[in-house]
Design a protein around this ligand. Structure first.
Ligand code: NDP
Length: 299
């Protein structure tokens, strides 16, 4: 029987575990607060921001929803970031990507106060992660690590294969998997668009993380019997005139072979959202100096 890993349920349990810490901070006079900055008319970005704001409010985390006109200058965005960096009532801060082409997103990320960078994208936070003492783990790979731990999947000694080497998913995922300690200690292979014979690599995986952004790139023939398959991809495709959401894994053929698999939707996505709440609460605890007794999610 293939285990379908229920990301919605694990995310809900994670939020429950976090609620006590949020309450402790609020009772001590510091309500954790996340500021989001949106500078794009992109409908998907609007949806992501709305979900992040709703998630926060549901857990008792305060929000600041800052919108900049798409034709505002890069300087206006930087000034906004500077103000939020200085604002003690803001614990976590993120600028929703994409930003308009004339704005360099790398500069945007570098402008964030790394202590408020709850996405974990600032070079200082990436450096800390790679060095082995992360401040904020990026939400998607951290969510995956958490999901594997909650499902009782031991990464130590496993061969993990990650498809994708992006800054936000593939690279930090690989670092967490081969890093020392719980949720790590795997032997890790990273594949990308120049990898020769991808299937030969994926078939060696005890744990396969697919984060390529290519609809159904991985099918059952590319998976080792009994492997754990984590599908990060979120791809909208048109099928028979209908718009459909699919992952990077062909779910039906993969589930025939895999020992456990995450669905799309309802797998990695909700975990990413839950870990943003975790990082924001952690930021609030650090910034306020109040011990919020954060649950030990840093697996
Ligand atoms: P990027 O486009 O930034 O990176 C994709 C990576 O996959 C690149 O490293 C690329 O290689 C590699 N790749 C592309 N095609 C192939 C291929 N045919 N074979 C092997 N490797 C390939 O994407 P992201 O990392 O940002 O996102 C990946 C997917 O995950 C997307 O579908 C995205 O929507 C989704 N996502 C989901 C999240 C969630 O919460 N569920 C969160 C974030 C992303 P190269 O470096 O050589 O170009």
């Amino acid at each position: 029987m293939t285990d379908i890993i229920d990301g919605d349920a694990i995310a809900a349990a994670t939020r429950d575990e976090l609620s006590g810490a949020v309450e402790t901070l609020a009772d001590a006079g510091h309500r954790p607060t996340l500021a989001t900055v949106l500078m794009s008319p992109d409908p998907a970005s609007e949806t992501y921001i709305a979900m992040k704001q709703d998630d926060c409010e549901e857990l008792g985390i305060g929000t600041r929803d800052i919108r900049l006109d798409t034709d505002a200058s890069a300087e206006a965005l930087f000034e906004t970031i500077d103000e939020l960096n200085e604002d003690d009532s803001v614990d976590g801060l993120l600028v929703q990507s994409p930003v308009p082409d004339r704005v360099d997103y790398r500069e945007v990320v570098e402008r964030l106060d790394p202590r408020k960078d709850v996405d974990g994208f600032h070079p200082e936070n990436i450096g800390r992660l790679v060095a082995g003492y992360p401040r904020y783990k990026p939400c998607t790979p951290h969510g995956i690590q958490r999901m594997l731990a909650a499902t009782g999947i031991d990464t130590a000694g496993a061969h993990a294969v990650v498809i994708g080497r992006s800054r936000i998913v593939g690279k930090p995922m690989a670092n967490l998997l081969f890093g020392r300690g719980p949720g790590g200690n795997a032997t890790t292979t990273v594949c990308h668009s120049h990898t020769d014979d991808l299937a030969a690599k994926t078939r060696q995986a005890d744990i396969l993380v697919a984060a390529a952004g290519v609809p159904e790139l991985v099918d059952g023939s590319m998976i080792q019997e009994g492997a754990v398959v984590v599908d990060v991809g979120i791809n909208r495709v048109q099928r028979e005139g209908e718009s459909e959401l699919v992952g990077d894994v062909e779910f039906e053929s993969a589930r025939e072979v895999a020992g456990a698999i995450t669905p799309v939707p309802g797998g990695v996505g909700p975990m990413t959202r839950a870990m943003l709440l975790y990082n924001t609460t952690k930021a609030a605890s650090r910034q306020s100096g109040i011990d919020a007794d954060l649950p030990a999610l840093d697996v």
